[in-house]
Design a protein around this ligand. Structure first.
Ligand code: GLA
Length: 406
């Protein structure tokens, strides 16, 4: 495939400035609530380089926080409706949502579910922010598989830290946000997304051992490498139930193998037990066991600058998610295929779907300096093949959640 004759790229290919976003959110708060905010906090989305659907199997994941943040500005209302009243507004939606800290309504499903869930976790830990007004803005594409919901949860917990002046231990913070997702959003997710948003570090990938809930920082400091994220801009609706189904299929496989989690199984053990399970369960387990091996191998290869190996493992991960785990979709497959067609000669190191699947984004490692032409070429061909406009952007590993003011 040729990378000449590129189509022009829409806005925000480069990372937006967090400073400018925070300033805009502060003035939007003042306009909405009639006073300057007292606290401003931020939490990023994430992209996973490799290690998909391994987190809830106690395995390994290798994500980075991205330079796309949820920012919240908050302040005490002059005369609150009640001492536990919260008023929340979003730059992405009209209207004001209201709720009480004393009645967080786990069953209520709206955009404040993530806020209410995280607040519930903070209250359980004795961190009561009292009445506040909050204005929320997000540069993490919604529903794009980049953990927009985890960023909202982690940002909320960070806001409570700012308001109460108490800090949560970061892993504990990730855990309480994961519980928020389970209970208030109804998604039985693993720990990766909330962990990445809470513990992300500038310039570093996180090799997370999801059993011990510990992360090894791996620098992504090769000046010749860029992380390119391409949003397919499709989201297939089956994602909710399919995620839970994959999770229980993995649990079924672990049970047949007589272990706690698939983390405890090697490829050889799985191959030897193939006759004990039906084909679907076997293929699900085959993905997870292989993906754990690929993830630790990719982290090792990345540290020695063995990009060829990293790239090969990324493509293998995608194939496995498509064929064995069956969480890809035609649009993601097209994006990965097109990246492969540009290939090493065109500056592409490797590419794969990222996140839960059934739509969302791909992650592609590319040679520095070629990122724009590669993105343009892939998006143009994607449009020709699918009729859909994809949205590409580049990112460096970003700093995790933090207090900007207050
Ligand atoms: C979603 C979940 C994560 C993880 C990924 C798949 O993003 O929230 O916990 O399971 O899917 O790797």
């Amino acid at each position: 495939m040729s990378v000449s004759d590129p189509a022009p790229i829409a806005s925000e290919f480069e990372s937006p400035s967090l400073e400018a976003q925070a300033a805009a959110v502060k003035s939007a708060f003042a306009e909405a609530f009639g006073a300057a905010p007292q606290w401003v906090v931020a939490a990023p989305g994430r992209v996973n380089l490799i290690g998909e659907h391994t987190d809830y199997n106690d395995g390994f994941v290798f994500p980075l926080a991205i330079e796309r943040y949820v920012v919240m500005a908050a302040g005490r209302p002059a005369s609150p409706a009640a001492e536990d009243a919260v008023r929340a507004r979003s730059t992405m939606m009209d209207g004001t949502a209201e709720f009480r800290l004393g009645n967080l309504e786990p069953e209520r499903r709206d955009w404040t579910s993530y806020l209410r869930g995280a607040l519930a976790g903070c209250l359980e830990r004795g961190m009561n922010p009292g009445a506040f007004d909050v204005l929320v803005d997000s540069k993490v594409p919604l529903g794009g598989g980049l953990s927009s919901s985890a960023a909202l949860e982690v940002c909320t917990a960070t806001l409570v830290e700012a308001i109460t002046g108490r800090s949560l231990e970061p892993v504990e913070k990730a855990r309480l946000c994961q519980t928020a997702e389970h209970v208030y959003a109804g998604v039985p997710c693993g720990i990766m997304d909330q962990f990445s948003s809470a513990l992300g570090a500038a310039g570093q990938l996180l090799l997370i051992d999801c059993r011990t809930e510990t992360a090894t920082l791996v620098p992504l400091d090769d000046p010749n490498i860029e992380v390119l994220v391409i949003n397919s801009n499709v989201k297939h609706e089956l994602s909710g139930g399919e995620y839970a189904e994959r999770r229980s299929q993995c649990e079924a496989a672990a049970k047949i193998m007589g272990v706690k989690k698939l983390r405890d199984v090697t490829s050889d053990q799985l191959a030897a037990a193939r006759d004990k399970m039906d084909d679907v369960i076997y293929r699900r387990a085959h993905h997870v066991v292989g993906e754990d091996e690929r993830t630790t191998a990719a982290a090792a290869a990345l540290q020695t600058g063995d990009w060829e190996t990293v790239g090969r493992l990324m493509y293998a991960s995608h194939d496995s998610l498509r064929d064995d785990f069956e969480v890809s979709c035609p649009e993601l497959d097209v994006l990965v295929e097109l990246a492969g067609e540009v290939g090493a000669a065109g500056g592409v190191i490797g590419s794969r779907m990222t996140g839960g699947g059934f739509g969302g984004c791909t992650v592609t490692l590319v040679r520095k300096g070629r990122e724009r032409e590669i993105a343009e070429a892939i998006c143009r061909r994607y449009r020709e093949r699918t009729g859909i406009e994809a949205t590409p952007f580049v990112t460096k590993p970003a700093r995790g959640a933090h207090i900007i003011e207050g």
